[in-house]
Design a protein around this ligand. Structure first.
Ligand code: 13P
Ligand code: SF4
Length: 302
C-alpha cells in the first residue's frame, strides 16, 4: 500500500518535471484512471491529444490510441507505457488487404474505425469511432462504403443509413463473446434494470439492448438517467468511472468475463518507468502520418 502511494507520488512529480499529461481510456485499471488528466472514450481522447497543452502525452490504453495521439500531435512525445498493449481487432486488417478491397470496389468510400493501424488509416477516406460511426457513414458522398475492421459496428451503422455498407470481417474478442443468454440471465437477476451495450456487440445483442453507446456515452447515460439500475454490456473497466461519477446508481456487468487483457497491461510501475525513461515512444513515420491525419481530421471536423 505504502509502495503504491510512493509510486503515485513519483508519477505526479515526474509529470510536473516532464510537463506531461496522462490520457486514460475508460477500460484502464482503476488506479491508472485515478491519476488521469482526462479519462474518456476514443473520440474524447483523440480530441484531447490534439488540443491539450503539454510536451509529453502518456497514453494509457492500447497501441492504436497512442498512434492516433502521435499522428494528431506531431510535436509531442507520445508514450505507451505497456509496449505490447495492442488491440487484436485492429490487427484483423492490413493496409495491403485494404488496398485489394479498394481495387475490387473502386467507387466505394473507405470508413475505418479508429481501432486500426496508422497504415490502414492512411488508406482510408475518413475515420470514425464508436460514438460517431453513424454520422461519419452518412457524411460521405459515395453510396457504397467499405467499413473496416469491425463487422459489428459496420452492421450497427447499417441500421441508420440508406447507403450500402460492406463490413470487413473483424470483431472485438471481448464484445463478440457476449451472448443473448447473458442478457436474459442479467435481466432475470436485475428486473427493471436498463441494458446498455457498446456497438461492438453482435447484432443479436444490439436487438436486446435498451441503449447502444460508446463507453463515455454509456457513462453519460447512466449519470443523467432517471432510472437507478443498469446492466452494462462492455468491458468491465468502465465500472470504476461509473461508481465514482454516478455513485447513486447501481451498475451490474453484463458479463464479468468481459475483460480486455491488453487494456489491463498498464501498471503504475510502467507509467512511472515510462515517464522516467521517455520510453516506449510511439512514432509514426511522417509519410504515413500525413495521410492518416487527413482521415482523422475529416472525422474531427464533423
Ligand atoms: P470507445 O471509443 O467507445 O471508448 O471504444 C473503444 C474500444 O476499444 C471499445 O472496445
Ligand atoms: Fe480492442 Fe476490444 Fe480491447 Fe477495445 S476491448 S481495445 S476493441 S480488443
Amino acid at each position: 500500500m505504502r509502495d503504491t502511494r510512493s509510486i503515485r507520488q513519483e508519477i505526479l512529480q515526474l509529470k510536473e518535471e516532464r510537463n506531461a499529461i496522462l490520457l486514460v481510456h475508460n477500460y484502464q485499471p482503476g488506479e491508472i484512471q485515478d491519476l488521469a488528466d482526462m479519462t474518456g472514450d476514443s473520440l474524447e481522447l483523440s480530441r484531447a491529444a490534439a488540443s491539450m497543452e503539454g510536451d509529453v502525452i502518456v497514453f494509457c490504453g492500447v497501441d492504436f490510441m497512442a498512434e492516433t495521439a502521435a499522428i494528431l500531435s506531431p510535436g509531442k512525445t507520445v508514450l505507451l507505457p505497456a509496449e505490447d498493449a495492442c488491440c487484436p481487432m485492429a490487427q484483423m486488417i492490413t493496409a495491403d488487404e485494404l488496398k485489394l478491397a479498394k481495387s475490387r470496389h473502386p467507387d466505394a468510400a473507405v470508413v475505418c474505425y479508429v481501432n486500426t493501424s496508422a497504415d490502414v488509416k492512411a488508406e482510408s477516406d475518413i475515420c470514425c469511432t464508436s460514438s460517431n460511426a453513424v454520422k461519419v457513414v452518412n457524411s460521405v458522398e459515395q453510396d457504397t462504403i467499405i467499413f473496416v475492421p469491425d463487422q459489428n459496428l459496420g452492421r450497427y451503422a447499417q441500421r441508420f443509413t440508406k447507403k450500402t455498407i460492406l463490413p470487413w470481417e473483424g470483431f472485438c474478442i471481448v464484445h463478440d463473446r457476449i451472448t443473448p443468454a447473458m442478457v436474459h440471465e442479467a435481466r432475470k437477476a436485475h428486473p427493471g434494470a436498463r441494458v446498455l451495450v457498446h456497438p461492438e456487440c453482435r447484432p443479436d445483442i444490439i436487438d436486446l439492448a435498451d441503449t447502444v453507446a460508446s463507453t463515455s456515452g454509456i457513462i453519460r447515460h447512466v449519470c443523467s438517467a432517471e432510472e437507478r439500475e443498469f446492466i452494462i454490456g462492455t468491458e468491465v473497466g468502465i465500472l470504476h468511472r461509473l461508481s465514482k461519477e454516478c455513485p447513486a446508481k447501481r451498475c451490474y456487468p453484463l458479463s464479468e468475463g468481459a475483460i480486455c487483457r491488453n487494456m489491463k497491461k498498464t501498471s503504475l510501475v510502467l507509467v512511472r518507468d515510462s515517464l522516467t525513461t521517455l520510453r516506449p515512444r510511439i512514432v509514426v513515420p511522417e509519410a504515413i502520418a500525413v495521410r492518416a491525419r487527413t482521415a482523422i481530421e475529416r472525422m474531427l471536423a464533423l
